[in-house]
Design a protein around this ligand. Structure first.
Ligand code: UT7
Length: 336
């Protein structure tokens, strides 16, 4: 599947259940003001964020993912053994290896089922959903689970005001299954790895192992060139959305719900403006959860389902952007 959809498919794909989990502990802007040279006014004006969630020290990302997955299974009326394959998108796995998806699937009671992680940062759920749709539509699997889960509080330098205010923890999960009607109308995915240092953890892998010197320099934490990311985010998301729409022979006015990655309210507003998307069609929860990377899109979708926002036939435009750099958009026709 190269994204040049609608591609001929043997089967249709639909979302049959969606869930999310946000850790209980709320970190407000006022809390951050106590330890950082920042202010509620700066954070709200520059990001639209008012609070975010931090998971407790004894919780790993699999614990967040399992809770979101359990809600998706409950909503879909399925048991974990009904799922043929688990995909977990995350940049904060329980361990560098094995894949956290294996741990999640076993904990849910689906030992033996294929399970793997995807690491494509904030675009993780978009890539995962596209991949799952491709595998369902071509008949490889009948029912898959796509999870986006992050414990970003664990990789943030809480003394760095540029990143400590931005990121939060959470998880979202969607069950994608074979169906007569096809919800997947197309996607556009892209990546540019020429400047990985724009958003990365310097000491985290084979390029720069974690040494005592790296730890002393704080290189185990997220490093980000915020302004650079901001500029590319809007351009890339707008372009990606327009290409996906064009491939599906649709226009922004056909979209009922714009579901952007929750990176920053200003990024979302600018992207929506350039797509001529009115605010009432733009889904946002960045004020309550901050940027939860791969979890943000399934979390905002699951909250929309809680509120009964999506009606049968609604066209959803999902767009994301993040580390890699990476980006992507998916067009999804909601099936109740
Ligand atoms: O999912 C993808 C992941 N990353 C992103 O989405 C991040 C995208 N970028 C952004 O959201 C924005 O660039 C930020 C919110 C990170 C920063 O907003 P900005 O409007 O681009 O601010 P800036 O980086 O240009 O900084 C402006 C000023 C600087 O001070 P000087 O040099 O003008 O004196 C910063 O040092 O704001 C300062 N600053 C802060 N002040 C108070 C940076 N962070 C803070 C802070 N509180 N937390």
């Amino acid at each position: 599947m190269n994204g040049r959809s609608p591609a001929p498919a043997l089967f249709g794909a639909r979302i049959a259940g969606i869930g999310h989990y946000a850790p209980e502990h709320i970190v407000s802007n006022a809390d951050l003001e106590k330890t950082l040279d920042t202010s509620d006014e700066w954070i709200v004006t520059r990001t639209g964020m008012r609070e975010r969630r931090h998971a407790s020290a004894d919780m790993a990302v699999s614990d967040l993912a399992i809770r979101a997955a359990e809600q998706a299974l409950k909503r879909g009326g399925y048991h974990a053994t009904d799922i043929d394959c688990f995909i977990l998108a995350t940049v904060t796995p329980d361990f560098a290896f094995p894949a956290t998806a294996c741990i999640v699937a076993s904990h849910l009671g689906a030992t033996g089922k294929p399970a793997f992680d995807m690491e494509i940062a904030c675009s993780g759920f978009i890539y995962g959903l596209s991949l799952a749709a491709g595998m369902i539509r071509s008949g490889v699997f009948t029912r898959m689970m796509v999870i986006g889960a992050e414990k970003l509080s664990g990789i943030m330098n809480m003394e760095d005001r540029a990143t400590a205010i931005l990121f939060g923890d959470g998880a979202g999960a969607a069950i994608v299954e074979r169906s007569e009607q096809d919800s997947f109308l197309g996607c556009e995915l892209g990546a540019d790895g020429s400047t990985p240092e724009t958003l990365y953890i310097p000491a985290s892998g084979s390029r720069k192992p974690i040494t005592a010197a790296a730890l002393a320099a704080g290189e185990q934490y997220i490093h980000m060139q915020g302004r650079e990311i901001f500029k590319s985010a809007v351009t890339r998301m707008v372009n990606s959305a327009l290409v996906a729409l064009d491939r599906a022979q649709l226009t922004p006015s056909d979209v009922r719900w714009f579901v952007p990655h929750q990176a920053n309210k200003r990024i979302i507003d600018a992207t929506a403006r350039q797509l001529a998307m009115p605010p009432e069609r733009v889904l946002m929860n960045v004020d309550r959860y901050g940027n939860t990377s791969s979890a943000s899109i399934p979390m905002v979708m699951s909250e929309a389902v809680d509120r009964n926002l999506f009606a049968d036939g609604d066209l959803l435009l999902l767009s994301g952007f993040g580390g890699g750099l990476s980006w992507g958009s998916v067009l999804w026709r909601w099936a109740a």
